[in-house]
Design a protein around this ligand. Structure first.
Ligand SMILES: Nc1ncnc2c1ncn2[C@@H]1O[C@H](COP(=O)(O)OP(=O)(O)OP(=O)(O)O)[C@@H](O)[C@H]1O
Ligand SMILES: [Mg+2]
Length: 312
């Protein structure tokens, strides 16, 4: 059963920018779905369309079994969206913010109080209740913002870059919160992120998009094995040394797909053992001072770079 099915979505803005082109994707009910893509790939445009704030130029979208353009009002009452800027009012207390939200959705007062208490305890917000919201850290504000959006018991929760700019502890707390929302509330989560390890550890399904179109969609495991291509990594002592030798090694060993990542040269290879032998021999014979050489299986980041970098 699908929560969202988008087919052939095109979006051309008035200024002529084609933000989405023939995009297709499907999100299963009850899963965490992560959308990955470089800046300008069209992620926020897609979220604005799925949350009915923006109309596509063409295409069809079924959400929770309904056509979202014909039944936009119903859909709006069944979803919630946490944008990058928080929607909380820092002049109000935590409780006032939550009760205000419940009035927007016309939730009866006793029911609203019950929901609020559950959310406050489930999302670890109790200890912050006595402090003014204006004193909250960015991570706690974001947590409150999500709790507010859960007041209406949405079937789908959209999150545009929920963990951007957070330190690792806050991000991990946020991951736990998202898993709880999926597991305990049964809510489908659709999020965008730039953090590959986040998508990898958190999502049931990942979709990578480029230039307004999906390039691949699958489980993190499926994506990692997609290229079925190992990489060879030659590590140097300094970034400068890696940079100095990269062209030299690529030319002498006739390597095509080579890139630099800090102190490491990364080579895509179809025959990792043969290439390892060839390169290792060359490095030793040429007295190139490398730190280590190894074969490694593709990470989600490798797959992402292979699929989104423009020289493909
Ligand atoms: N309101 C708008 N009018 C015209 N062009 C727009 C508008 N909003 C976005 N764009 C353009 O559409 C393309 C996709 O933008 P979008 O914001 O959807 O990308 P994104 O994937 O969310 O990027 P980021 O990772 O930087 O948030 C970009 O080329 C952008 O400049
Ligand atoms: Mg965006």
């Amino acid at each position: 059963m699908y929560a969202i099915q988008a087919e052939n979505i095109d979006k051309r803005y008035k200024n002529g920018v084609q933000a989405l082109r023939h995009l297709n994707l499907s999100v299963k009910t009850g899963e965490i779905f992560s959308l990955l893509g470089q800046n300008g790939a069209g992620k926020s445009t897609l979220i604005r369309i799925l949350t009915t704030y923006l109309k596509p130029t063409s295409g069809t979208i079924m959400m929770l079994g309904k056509d979202i353009f014909r039944e936009a009002a119903t859909i709006r009452s069944e979803i919630a969206c946490v944008a990058q800027q928080t929607s909380i009012d820092t002049h109000l207390s935590l409780v006032e913010n939550m009760m205000f939200q419940s009035r927007l959705y016309r939730i009866p007062k006793t029911e609203a109080k019950k929901r609020m208490e559950t959310l406050i305890s489930d999302f670890g917000l109790k200890q912050y209740m006595e402090y003014p919201v204006s004193s909250y850290s960015g991570g706690i504000k974001r947590r409150l913002d999500i709790a507010l959006n859960m007041m209406s018991k949405p079937k789908i929760l959209f999150l545009d870059e929920p963990t951007v700019g957070m330190d690792i502890q806050s991000r991990m707390a946020m991951w736990e919160m998202m898993k709880k929302i999926r597991d305990d509330f049964g809510t489908t989560i659709f999020l965008t992120t730039h953090y590959l390890e986040e998508a990898d550890s958190l999502s049931d399904t990942v979709c990578i998009m480029k230039d307004g179109k999906e390039v691949i969609q699958g489980t993190p495991f499926e994506l990692r094995t997609y290229t079925r291509q190992d990489t060879l990594q030659i590590r140097f002592i300094t970034n400068a040394e890696a940079k100095e030798y990269v062209t030299h090694i690529a030319e002498h060993c006739s390597l095509k797909e080579v890139r630099l990542q800090n102190d490491t040269i990364i080579i895509n290879t179809k025959d990792s053992h043969a290439d390892l032998e060839k390169i290792n021999l060359f490095l030793i014979e040429s007295h190139i001072p490398y730190n280590g050489i190894q074969i490694s299986q593709p990470t989600l980041e490798d797959v992402f770079l292979r699929l989104t970098v423009n020289n493909e």
